[in-house]
Design a protein around this ligand. Structure first.
Ligand SMILES: *Cc1c(COP(=O)(O)O)cnc(C)c1O
Length: 376
């Protein structure tokens, strides 16, 4: 029995590894390991790719979010509206700057913030909205930006899972005030380690992030702010420059994989298939199905996952515990069933193997295994 992993980075390396090796060896030979022309070249290329005036590389997607919040001077006493259904870093960085995350429920089918519920969550303390383009599906940005403008709020896009996705023809990360990207290896544009970036059209924000990411200093050894050490590593910048050239192709392959799933799984009862909002072009970082039926604490989903595993198919649960139900946020006082869609979705989601090189035959195997398990 051949295993089908949730993702497989070795296939991509087999295809473009020579170019990556050469780029990395060039850096090693150069003797220049911090900042410099390779990082700047990647920043220029990525800014152009996204369609933003500025790109600032940093250590991780988490740092990108943190730096964005700091650059907008969001801190103690401020509220930031976001989704409860995301990777922890989304809320963690809001808390890390001293602000309070305010969670708004999601749409079950796109897994994204329910924009229609955002306005009701705005208070005099609200400073920003942080939408997350989860699993590669763009948030309904036109409606969200209209709300932000009406209430004079910043929008920080968490684009960690959606590099290359578009909302009404514009790349995510170029629509809000700031876009935050992760280049964690399993993201659509993945480095060979940790890396991230911020995009913006606001020159003042760009300058502020440039200072904050280097210990709050503009000139070395002269410090005007309490910053962090969060530079984009030169080796990772070299890798990312190579991979950026392949990103559109890789995202297209992900769309092909997703379409094959959508076609192949449509006739199977007992599951609900994902889709993105009208106007969005998803880049399918994940292909996440929901097990249908009444909430059961995740029992049916866990059983299905186990049955798939017995047939060599490894699926993942993104995310088993919504952010408002994390133990660290008990003090925020969210009651059970306060964000009912999120709570139900967290009990029902299952992310199937998804990577650009996943083969049609493997997907047939997955469809067959799903059918077998659900008819059980
Ligand atoms: C991966 C991810 C992050 C954090 O990125 P890192 O590079 O791992 O720090 C933030 N938000 C979301 C939605 C993510 O998926």
């Amino acid at each position: 029995m051949s295993l089908i992993p949730p993702f497989d980075l070795t296939r991509q390396y087999a295809q473009i590894g020579d170019a990556i090796d050469a780029a990395v060896l060039d850096v090693l030979a150069s003797g220049k390991y911090i900042n410099g022309p390779i990082v700047q070249a990647f920043e220029a290329e990525f800014a152009q790719y996204i369609g933003s005036d500025h790109c600032l590389g940093c250590n991780s997607g988490t740092d990108a979010l943190y730096l964005a919040l700091r650059a907008l001077e969001i801190g103690a006493g401020d509220e930031v509206i976001t989704t409860p259904f995301s990777f922890f870093a989304t809320a963690e960085t809001i808390s890390a700057v001293g602000a309070t995350p305010v969670f708004v429920d999601i749409h079950a089918d796109t897994f994204n913030l329910n924009v229609a519920q955002v306005e009701a969550a705005i208070t005099p303390k609200t400073k920003a909205i942080m939408p997350v383009h989860l699993f590669g599906h763009p948030v309904e940005m036109t409606a969200l930006m209209a709300i932000a403008q009406a209430h004079n709020l910043f929008v920080i896009e968490d684009c960690a899972q959606a590099t290359g996705a578009c909302w009404e023809g514009k790349k995510v990360g170029s629509i809000g005030h700031i876009g935050c990207f992760s280049f964690f290896p399993t993201k659509n544009l993945g480095a060979c380690g940790d890396a991230g970036a911020v995009t913006t059209n606001d020159a003042a924000v760009a300058e502020r992030i440039r200072i904050l990411r280097e210990h709050g200093s503009r000139t070395r050894y002269y410090h005007e702010a309490i910053g962090v050490n969060s530079r984009l590593d030169v080796l990772q910048a070299a890798v990312l420059r190579v991979k950026l050239q392949h990103l559109d192709w890789l995202n297209m392959q992900r769309r092909t994989v997703a379409q094959r799933y959508l076609d192949g799984l449509a006739p199977i009862p007992g599951i609900v298939l994902p889709h993105s909002a009208k106007g969005g072009m998803s880049v399918w970082n994940q292909f996440t199905i929901r097990v249908s039926g009444e909430p059961d604490g995740g029992e049916r989903r866990d059983r299905l996952r186990q049955q798939l595993q017995e047939q060599g198919i490894l699926s993942m649960i993104y995310y088993p515990v919504p952010l408002h139900q994390q133990s660290v946020y008990a003090g925020l006082g969210y009651g059970s069933n306060q964000l009912p869609v999120t709570e139900q979705v967290a009990q029902a989601v299952l992310s199937l193997p998804m990577f650009p090189e996943l083969e049609a035959e493997q997907q047939q195997q997955i469809a067959y295994a799903l059918k077998e398990s659900l008819l059980d």
